[in-house]
Design a protein around this ligand. Structure first.
Ligand SMILES: Cc1ncc(COP(=O)(O)O)c(C=O)c1O
Length: 418
């Protein structure tokens, strides 16, 4: 069947495919520890109680007609309040756009600033930028990163490639690494963007920057999140920030996201979102607005949520370090943020009891899933072929008591390798 060129080109992320495959195996009765998904098991990590109540109340109050193109004022005020309270950053209501999760905001921002053939710069590993480039017909410019920089690009690595680029796409705290940019890294990059824009001739399209911050409220210990506008106010005309309830409030199925940025860009994003109809449901908007304005409810949810996530991530980190002390060629980055841990499994050339030779990250991933019963995602699935022995593990569907169980299964499996 002949379809459009866009339809011929579009592909589904393998992450979604593997998640479906694991669910199928679990439904068939196989024991699989699913550490692959950027999602939550709602029986372990439910959304905040006040949010649930607010959503039900709004449906009961028949708040079920169109929510309006901007998003409801109650929610935009709630977003402005949260950002002001936690980051000291001010936004007018016309600088805030609501959508059905973060993805339509990312897509509409790309649509607003990227023309076909434009260069889009993003670090690898990172989440989904290659697909947004594909959707826009943009020229992807992935930039390699190093574990010693927490898998973030340095300003020096970006400098040679941002010239003539339309967009720099960044995400901190980062999926898949669970790391976040420190203040100096962030300031260096913001300064670079500001300087690049000063260098461009008047009337030229600027270098825009996307800060995807959907994990920003999930940071641990001394690892503090810094809002780019607080660190470098001069970045404001060029920067759009992406956020929502999916990750920080475990609400991946609630479908409420918000973007903040210059009113002119936000207005264009609104037009794209309106034509696609990617609005957030009205009852959810009302409930999220009420919830974000309720400081006590937000803080008490986050306190517990963060400590539960950190306990699991720290458990995995300690376990990997114990395996390292035992002599295995494994490593990990101590938990910093989000729901992910960066884990290195140096298993190349090892042979499994069934005679499989572990040639590369794909054979390690397949062995872990098929024979050990642990699902993990290689960084190469996030565009980082050079870091092919690093993997993402996610704790969003992991019970606290399962951490030691999974580590025991992993340790036993490693000990069987020749
Ligand atoms: C970095 C990042 N941004 C955005 C999203 C999408 O969020 P939403 O569910 O709000 O569309 C994800 C989901 O995995 C993500 O990891």
């Amino acid at each position: 069947m002949k379809l459009s060129a866009a339809a011929e080109a579009i592909t589904t992320s393998p992450i979604l495919v593997i998640a479906a495959e694991i669910n199928r195996r679990i439904a068939e009765g196989q024991r699989v520890y699913n550490l692959t998904v950027g999602d939550f098991d709602a029986s372990i990590f439910p959304i905040p109680e006040a949010l649930t109540e607010g959503i039900i109340d709004a449906y009961r109050a028949q708040q079920t007609n169109y929510p309006g193109a901007f998003g409801l004022d109650i929610l935009r005020k709630g977003v402005a309040h949260l950002l002001q309270r936690t980051c000291g950053v001010e936004h007018a209501l016309d600088e805030i756009q609501i959508a059905s999760g973060s993805r339509p905001l990312i897509y509409s921002f790309y649509q607003s600033v990227v023309d076909p053939g434009d260069r889009v710069v993003y670090p690898v590993p990172s989440w989904n930028n290659e697909y947004y480039c594909q959707l826009l017909g943009a020229h992807p410019v992935p930039v390699d990163t190093r574990p010693e920089d927490n898998f973030f690009p340095t300003a020096d690595a970006l400098r040679p490639v941002i010239e003539d680029a339309s967009l720099l796409a960044l995400c901190s705290p980062q999926n898949p690494t669970g790391t976040l940019m420190d203040r100096d890294q962030l300031l260096d990059i913001c300064t670079l963007v500001v300087e690049e824009n000063r260098r461009r001739p008047a009337g030229a399209k600027p270098l825009y920057v996307m800060f995807d911050q959907v994990y920003w409220l999930l940071t641990f210990g001394a690892h503090a999140f810094h809002h780019p506008l607080a660190v470098c106010p001069e970045i404001r005309p060029y920067a759009v920030f992406i956020d929502g309830v999916s990750k920080s409030f475990a609400g991946t199925g609630v479908r409420v996201g918000w973007g903040t940025g210059p009113a002119e860009i936000i207005g264009k994003m609104r037009a794209f979102i309106a034509h696609v109809g990617a609005w957030a449901p009205k009852p959810e908007q009302i409930a999220c607005g009420g919830f974000l304005a309720n400081d006590a409810a937000v803080d008490s949810f986050l306190d517990r949520f963060r400590s539960e996530l950190q306990a699991r991530l720290q458990g995995f980190y300690d376990g990997i370090m114990a395996l390292r002390a035992e002599g295995f060629d494994v490593d990990a980055i101590a938990p910093q943020a989000a729901i992910y841990l960066s884990v290195r499994l140096g298993l190349k050339g090892r042979v499994t009891p069934s005679g499989r030779r572990l040639e590369d990250d794909e054979s390690v991933r397949a062995w872990l899933l098929d024979e050990v019963g642990i699902g993990v995602l290689p960084f190469s699935w996030f565009g980082a072929d050079r870091h092919a022995d690093w993997y993402r593990i996610s704790v969003g569907t992991c019970r606290r008591e399962q951490v030691q169980e999974i580590l025991a299964v992993l340790g036993n499996a490693l000990r069987t390798l020749a």
